[in-house]
Design a protein around this ligand. Structure first.
Ligand SMILES: [Zn+2]
Length: 273
């Protein structure tokens, strides 16, 4: 009976792992949390995050952000998502974010590094990719699995070992921290690289020149001189690593771009410092 249950569990887990795949990179994903739950969490968090912020609605920049967002969302092709794109007035914050279900925020501080519509389209592609590749669900699933593993270990050790509760608690602390540093964090860097790859393909599909993606990173890195590291960089892989990864996708992205290129207008400088 037990072995039957185990094989059913293994089968189900394998199905969950094998049945979910990322767009563009087509990677099999470990996901325990249904998309409906993630979308609900994303929507509620979005309202919280915008509370007390100055969200620009009728400016040219805000309108451009929504139009670029809609273009990228169209090629990302997830009709069930209710996309929202908020431009937040905060000139010192060089950052953008994405919540599950397609809730995206850009701070005005990132605009100079984007420089033009095509630059905006790349960061938009990157953020949209976090949503369509279910990166939050994957991270949360890892944490749930980790917690499940610790609970299992406690049940086993409490019954079968002579360790005192305090010793066991110290062990879980060490294991938990080790796992968070060793497993969860590097994976997040991996997600960042993956969002670059998917994002550059999205921008190309939408008709923006993919080369601009590398220029955006160059400009962000140039901004670091003499200033604090932009938040967008500090949580993301190094510039050289990103450039290598983007170059790997450039051939494919260029082919896609040439088929449906928008006018060169999209590369006209819009923001500068
Ligand atoms: Zn990112």
């Amino acid at each position: 009976m037990l072995s039957r249950r185990v094989s059913l569990w293994v089968g189900l887990t394998a199905c969950v792992v094998a049945c979910v795949r990322t767009p563009v990179t087509n990677r099999a994903q470990f996901s325990l949390i249904p998309d409906g739950i993630m979308r609900g969490l994303g929507g509620a968090t979005y309202d919280d995050m915008l509370q007390g912020e100055r969200v620009l609605k009728k400016t040219e920049d805000a309108e451009l952000l929504r139009s670029v967002g809609r273009r990228i969302a169209r090629v990302a092709d997830v009709p069930s998502y209710d996309w929202s794109f908020a431009l937040i007035k905060e000139d010192d914050t060089v950052n953008a974010w994405c919540l599950p279900g397609g809730k995206i925020g850009f701070y005005t501080g990132i605009l100079p590094a984007l420089r033009n519509e095509a630059g905006m389209a790349f960061v938009m592609g990157h953020e949209v990719a976090h949503a369509t590749a279910h990166h939050s669900a994957e991270r949360l699933s890892q944490q749930v699995a980790l917690l499940g593993g610790l609970v299992g270990l406690e049940l086993y050790l409490a019954k079968n070992s002579e360790m005192e509760l305090e010793q066991r608690a110290a062990l879980y602390g060490a294991l938990g921290v080790g796992a968070a540093v060793g497993v969860v964090l590097p994976f997040s860097r991996f997600h960042e690289s993956e969002a670059d790859s998917i994002g550059v393909m999205y921008m190309a599909r939408a008709g923006y020149p993919p080369r601009e993606s590398i220029r955006v990173w160059e400009r962000m890195e140039a901004e670091q001189d003499g200033f604090a590291i932009p938040a967008f960089l500090s949580t993301h892989p190094s510039h050289e690593r990103r450039q290598v990864r983007l170059e790997e996708w450039m051939g494919r992205a260029n082919k896609r771009y040439q088929r449906n290129a928008l006018p060169r207008e999209t590369q006209k400088a819009l923001w500068s410092k």
